[in-house]
Design a protein around this ligand. Structure first.
Ligand code: NAD
Length: 368
């Protein structure tokens, strides 16, 4: 097997992981890493020994494919140049920060035949697949994705940053299109929302309730899925899935629950989650989801098959995220036009302050 010649563009947090894994992947030959930042270049060279360049254009003729792991606002410009040059691309999520740009990339990929994979890496999390195994058709999903503040991805809000993972997951399992979206959001530090809550309804009747925060004191990545045959709960952090399959004798109403004797009621009450709604908890073996994402992408390039998350799927996630942002931007808080910034912030009258508040100065000096 001749390895595909691949470059990683953007050597930040995600780019470093892509580069390290691709350097070890027999299906890939990591040709170079491109990043204009001297600090990022210096840091990546401590991890992998491959040529580092400032501009990906200088190595574009030496590669078959590239991973785009720059801040989201640069995805479109970089990926469209790569696609126009006939290269395959793996674009980190979200594919772009506008539906129009995502559609353009998708059409460009169709016209060149390039394989585009979008980095919705949670699709490769085996816990998600396990949770869907026995519960029939998913109808209602509730998800929480919370982290502390990291100062990363501040060019986008939490909807594009974190909620997009769950948006893509629900969109991939629910039937139909989105018919209604209601959302609220709060900004704590900047102009983009740091917390958001959305209720999304699909034409097939399915509903998703998604919550995300990047300003939370507790870290959590969890999902509850209610299907036609049962319920699953996923703890993504600990790779644990708890499932209850509702037995057919309950679904078919074969037992008249409302005419049981007192003893029968006691028995069911006391052993509900053992004998009736049997609860199974599984530790799902972990895998490196980014490595699985690379393998799926390189295999699709090699065999001409479709990658797991194509450009159109990435675009649909952006479209749903846009609907959420529109809803939270137009939400009215007590007749005041606070919109996306939410009730925590007042609208800036003279622009955002660029000085550190007096009260924080002593601690900031000590930390410096
Ligand atoms: N899949 C996931 O779970 C996941 C998690 C976090 C971030 N991301 C996504 O990955 C992307 C990168 O996020 P990050 O946290 O690594 O950001 P980061 O800020 O740590 O790194 C981005 C790097 O891109 C570089 N860069 C900027 N412009 C460039 C250009 N024109 N050419 C080459 N390099 C350029 C910057 O110098 C920086 O080193 C974002 O789109 C983000 O949404 C995905």
């Amino acid at each position: 097997m001749i390895p595909l010649r691949i470059a990683v563009i953007g050597a930040g947090n995600l780019g470093k992981i892509h580069a390290r894994l691709l350097a070890e992947n027999p299906a890939a030959h990591l040709v170079a890493i491109a990043d204009p930042s001297p600090t990022a270049q210096e840091n990546i060279l401590k991890q992998v020994s491959v040529p580092v360049v400032s501009d990906f254009r200088s190595i574009i003729n030496d590669i078959d494919a590239a991973v785009v792991a720059t801040p989201t606002r640069f995805h479109f410009e970089i990926a469209s140049e790569l696609l126009a040059a006939g290269k395959h691309v793996l674009i980190e999520k979200p594919v772009t920060d506008s539906v129009e740009d995502a559609l353009h990339l998708s059409n460009l990929a169709d016209s060149t035949g390039a394989v585009v994979q979008v980095g919705h890496v949670e699709q490769f999390n085996p816990a998600f697949a396990k949770a869907l195994e026995e519960i029939g058709t998913p109808k209602f999903i509730q998800a929480s994705r919370m982290s502390g503040y990291t100062f990363r991805s501040t060019d986008i809000g939490v909807v594009y940053d974190l909620m997009i993972h769950d948006i893509d997951l629900v969109n991939s399992v629910f039937e139909g299109n989105v018919v209604d979206t209601r959302a609220v959001g709060f900004s704590v530090f900047g102009q983009n929302e740091d917390m958001a809550q959305a209720r999304i309804q699909f034409s097939g009747g399915a509903v998703a309730n998604l919550t995300a925060s990047r300003c939370s004191f507790s870290a959590e990545r969890s999902m509850q899925i209610f299907g036609t045959h049962g319920f699953s709960q996923i703890d993504f952090t600990n790779s644990q899935v708890t499932t209850i399959v509702v037995p057919s004798w309950i679904r078919n109403r074969e037992l008249d629950f409302f005419n049981l004797t007192n003893q029968q009621q006691d028995f069911i009450r006391e052993s509900l989650f053992e004998n009736v709604l049997n609860r199974q908890q599984v530790d799902v073996p972990r895998c490196n989801a980014i490595e699985a994402e690379h393998n799926d992408w390189t295999n699709a390039i090699r065999t001409g098959t479709r990658p797991r998350i194509g450009a159109r799927q990435g675009m649909e996630a952006v479209e749903i995220a846009d609907g959420i942002l529109n809803s939270l931007n137009t939400h009215r808080w007590q007749q005041r036009n606070l919109a996306m910034t939410g009730p925590l912030a007042k609208l800036p009258e003279t622009g955002v302050a660029d000085v550190i508040p007096q009260a924080l100065l002593p601690q900031m000096r000590r930390a410096a």
